[in-house]
Design a protein around this ligand. Sequence first.
Ligand code: PLP
Length: 406
Amino acid sequence: MFDAAAVKRDFPILNQPGEPSLVFLDSGASSQKPQVVIDALVNYYSTANSNVHRGVYKLAVAADAAFDGTREQVAMWLNAPSSDEVIFTRGTTEAINLVASSWGRANLQPGDLVVSTLMEHHSSFVPWQMVAEEKGARFEAVRLTASGELDQDHYQELLAQHPKVVAFTHVSNVLGTINPVKEMTAQAHAVGAIVCLDAAQSAPHMAIDVQDLDVDFLALSGHKMLAPMGVGVLYGKRALLEAMPPYQSGGSMIRKVTLEKTTFANLPHKFEAGTPSVGDVVGLGAAISYLQGLGFADIARHEHDLAAAAIGQLNALPGVTVYGPGADVPRAGVVSFAVDGVHPHDVAALLDEKGVAVRAGHHCAQPLMRELGVTATTRASFYVYNTIDDVDRLVEGVRHAQRVFA
Ligand code: PLP
């Protein structure tokens, strides 16, 4: 049994006094932080703070060890062949921009095809759309089925046109759909395309093995997985990263600079120009350890159970429409819904009156909203600290909104 009530006690922000108590259902946007992560930050800044990769004094050595040690930890967590293939970024957005700009500019030619999907967050859509436009490449998006899954027939049609790159999300931040990454990646490789995976909504919630998935690039954000804001990861296959030009230039990413020419550092430093967010990286390490302690398989099961309960109870309310796959298939703990006659922002505001924090809006997924035929949805997203009582509070809050607007 996953003891979410015990987990919740580890998160100071969820245990503040006052009524109604806080039910936080917006972890898809950004998660809360457990005491161990807060402590890791305090400890780092109290005992080891220094810039990295440039000092010889004790603090600098301690900061280097903490920073590079976390890179090793991330590599082991993702099962990356080498920590050289782990690049710290500010988050998923920066990681995908790095790939689209660097790999895209170096490899796309006029007439090439870039394949995305209609369920992408803008961060996995717009950077590819922009570089395609810049390079005169075509940009196409896989359509969705009625149940909110990728239309695999359409994907096959696009693959038959031999795209250079397929960029898509592991888990939809609106629908909770889990895409068949391993199969889609093998099919993309079979036609010579590389795959750039957006793992912002998967890495926090399920075990990830980059060698098993065989994706070429994978992007994730620390702040969605209990770590501080300001740190994310790009994993990339060594051969691709080595062949790519730097994304940003400046300090720390060079081998030699002369008036005539600059040469670049080896991986991963070539892609880490400037001072990184060292404390946040240390916090990411603490978050990964905490999540591994809970167990990713148990986390995924717990969130599926919460989503199943929420979908069941919301569907039972007249006038409520739940989007995305049902709970009879593997799906993530993201539940988007509409309440007849109540704008999603009003649903969210009325839930907030009851202490329930949810998100309302287009969720940075306007192409998907257009597919759904709406401008916005209300979204509840679950994480390790949510309990079945939180689902009940959500459903009570939705009924309250219905009563207010009756
Ligand atoms: N991709 C997905 C699927 C997301 O849900 C998000 C954030 O909500 C992002 C990318 C962007 O993440 P960040 O803002 O941390 O870069």
